[in-house]
Ligand binder design. Sequence first.
Ligand code: SF4
Length: 441
Amino acid sequence: MFLMDSLIRRCRKGLPKELEAVARAEGMEPVRLARGIVDGRIVIPKNPGRKHRACAIGEGCTVKININIGTSGSRCDPALEMKKAQAALDNGADALMDLSTGGDLVAIRKKILKLDTTVGTVPVYEAVRRAGNAVDVTPDLLFKVIREHCQQGVDFLTLHCGVNRQALEALKADPRLMGVVSRGGSFHCAMMMQREEENPLYAEYDYLLEILKEYDVTVSLGDGMRPGCLQDAEKLAKSVEYNTLGLLAKKAQAAGVQRMIEGPGHMPLDQVGYNVKMIKEITSHAPLYLLGPIVTDIAPGYDHVVAAIGGAAACQNGADFLCMVSPSEHLALPDVADIIEGTRIAKIAAHVGDTVRRPEGFRMEREVQMAEARHELDWDEQFRLALYGDHAREIHERDGATETCSMCGDLCAVKMVNELFGTGKKNAGTKKDKPKDSPRP
Ligand code: SF4
């Protein structure tokens, strides 16, 4: 048992030392970070039982990205999942969620928890595996698994506390084409319907908060009723769930438990902005964690791009944390190549979000430097500054490492205008003084 006071409570009393490194990474004053945590607008999911690099998520922070990994009943290769985890971290992931449902779940989680990053889980998956099916998951088993994940060192738990009988009634009253697409959401629906009981995570929410407070673990209030297709975006169930999450978010904050909110699934692009703003308002501006939004349903194989379009729009309107959608979304368990591609695209969406939500916005140093390097046709500097310079270099050099590029060749507009105006290449002589390392993606 960790008897240390929770981070929220310590921020209420003063300035905890561990905020310094996180604040530095955000370019934020520690006192502002502490205020954001006290107000519930920022979270730092960090289990005190584990040492790792923590990150802040929420208002005023850079947009973070999470990568889902984990075995399934159809494909269980823990070594492959570790490779995927490492590939995600190498390509800029800020957090990993272990969604394993196949093999020795405790052993897999132990390995993932050794990585130097924020780790989340969905305990109901393991509860269902242990019980054999969703209907046989008792409240005692579910709370036991939650406690074990906390004890093991998990930083944040997705818990579908808002999938209650009221949300279920809304689902029946206003049926959806895709029903329920959240795995955790469907488990809780099965439990409630078959046993005619309330969701224990909702009915015994105070007890749940006691466990989370004891271990200072962050709750990610899951969106079990997220729409699974554009046609379902305006149906009632998700809005009923959000209202419940708003109340639960307030209770968690008052209890000293950090919380974030998950949402909103598949929805047309023009609904993203007002949904994000509505969720933020209902939930007292809690950090918002999104899968997608998926803004078209007809691009399987490219859902990572679809999610990036929705994700960037969501970040523009206040979303704080993006869950990577891989090219194999809706099709198969991702492989390493899918994870690399999905992570990179999610990181780009997050960065696009930062160009409009950070105080310096698109005038941030890296954007300005890239424009200068392009103007000077300084390719090495462009590759250093690029989010994924290795890929950019590979494309540029496939037709030879020339002064211009093969797009316009000898008719390069940049070169021609530089010669006309006597501009460009002004930093060519200082190239050797420039830093050699690329900034982290
Ligand atoms: S060749 Fe064309 S595309 Fe390439 S740098 Fe010059 S202007 Fe840009």
